[in-house]
Structures are given as structure tokens and as C-alpha cells.
Design a protein around this ligand. Structure first.
Ligand SMILES: [Zn+2]
Length: 237
């Protein structure tokens, strides 16, 4: 079972109707969804599923299923499960998701301020981080914050494009993240472009214009092992 991933084409959809396609122990699958499943360092979405009779079902997490593009909506354990074929109205916890979109896009900008291989990353609603393979002496928090915010202030519109697996193989320089290779097997890979700043494979949710990030603060920079230097940021407001 694959789910139509509406957030890929429009990350700003907050609500939509969908039908239950399968009910599993771990969660339910829908024929289409606006809920982003945990992946690429970004946490899964939360929100609600509204039944026709007005009952609300809490979605406490979203995870990938076993099949390509399948999505499991993890329900609060105390809720009555919907049945296959049932029509539901989906509603995201939008403030949480929008913070994730802003922070996620901020990490793309950060990855162009700190020029080094990315060894890991994570995006939660309150903070995001990237790990770099770089010497500590090259990381200066005030400079990183200033330069990241200067790029954000250029308020550039982001673009999503797709390339084939073969095109990506021919351009290995696009892949900055050593630990997370872009998903293969679908024949094509999604790219996020911030014109003049960044271009890299990414399946996550982003803001339409980097100006929406506002500004970021560097929370801390610390050493995480011999090759890892962790830069942690938060939205300034
Ligand atoms: Zn991204």
C-alpha cells in the first residue's frame, strides 16, 4: 500500500480528507496524507483525525511503513480505531509543523555557512542541529549566527525539483550528508534548491521563502566524538 504524499507538493496543507486504507497494530494507513513520517532527521508530524460523527482521534506520531511511500499514522492508545474505507478529515498540529519547516530550511542555509561534510542532523520543533566533520577551531558561534541570518534576510524563494537516480549518481557533489544517502529505488530523487545558496537532495518539508525563517540563534557548538562537531540552532522567535 502506498500513500499519496501531499506534503511533497504542498507543505502548507493543514487539512484534507482521506480514506482509511489499512489498519495495523502500529498505526493506520490512509490513501493520501499531509502527515510527514519521521525521516531525514525530521521528526514525524502530530495532529488529529476527525470522524464524520465529530469524534477526534489523536495522531501522536507519524512513521514510515514497510513499503516505499507508505505512511503509518500512530494513534493515541486510548482511541477507538477507524475502519478500513472510513472517510476522515486530517488536521495537522500546524504550529509545530511550521516550526519544523522553518528550522529544517534553516539547516539548509547553515550547511552553506559551515562548509564541511555533514555527518548527521536532527530537526525537532524546538531546535535543530547539524553535525560536521570539521576542526573545532573553524567554528565560531557568533560568526555562524551572523552569516546564517544574513543569508536568511535575503528572503529567497525555495524550489523543489526532481532528478533521476542516474543524474544524481553523475553529480555526487550534491550529497553533503555522509550518513544519510537520499532514498533510491523510486527512480527519481527530490531536490531542494535555494537559488544562489544551496541545492541538495531532500525529502523533508520546507518553507516557500527562506525569509519565513525569520532569524536563528546558535544555541551551542560542542564536540561529539573525534570527527563530529555539533552545531545546534533555534528560531530566534
Ligand atoms: Zn530539506
Amino acid at each position: 500500500m502506498t500513500t499519496e504524499l501531499l506534503f511533497r507538493d504542498d507543505a502548507y496543507l493543514r487539512t484534507v480528507t482521506a480514506r482509511v486504507a489499512a489498519v495495523h497494530e502500529r498505526g493506520i494507513e490512509l490513501d493520501r496524507t499531509i502527515f510527514y513520517p519521521q525521516g531525514g532527521g525530521q521528526v514525524g508530524d502530530t495532529g488529529e483525525l476527525l470522524r464524520d460523527d465529530g469524534e477526534r482521534i489523536r495522531v501522536i506520531d507519524t512513521r514510515k511503513g514497510e513499503a516505499l511511500d507508505s505512511v503509518l499514522h500512530v494513534l493515541h492508545p486510548d482511541t477507538r480505531r477507524p475502519g478500513v474505507g472510513e472517510s476522515l478529515t486530517l488536521a495537522l498540529d500546524w504550529e509545530r509543523r511550521y516550526a519544523l519547516m522553518r528550522l529544517h530550511t534553516a539547516l539548509h542555509v547553515l550547511s552553506c555557512v559551515v562548509v564541511a561534510p555533514v555527518t548527521g542532523g536532527n530537526i525537532a520543533p524546538d531546535k535543530g542541529r547539524l553535525d560536521f566533520d570539521i576542526d573545532m577551531s573553524l567554528l565560531d558561534a557568533p560568526r555562524i549566527e551572523r552569516e546564517t541570518n544574513a543569508l536568511i534576510a535575503r528572503a529567497i524563494a525555495t524550489e523543489t525539483t526532481w532528478i533521476t537516480d542516474e543524474e544524481l549518481d553523475a553529480r555526487p557533489e550534491l550529497v553533503k550528508t555522509m550518513s544519510v544517502q537520499p532514498p533510491r529505488g523510486a527512480g527519481r530523487v527530490r531536490l531542494l534548491r535555494i537559488p544562489g545558496i544551496d541545492l541538495q537532495p531532500c525529502g523533508g518539508t520546507h518553507v516557500a521563502n527562506i525569509g519565513e525563517i525569520g532569524a536563528v540563534r546558535v544555541l551551542k557548538i560542542k564536540s561529539e566524538g573525534r570527527r563530529n562537531r555539533r552545531v545546534e540552532i533555534a528560531l530566534a522567535k
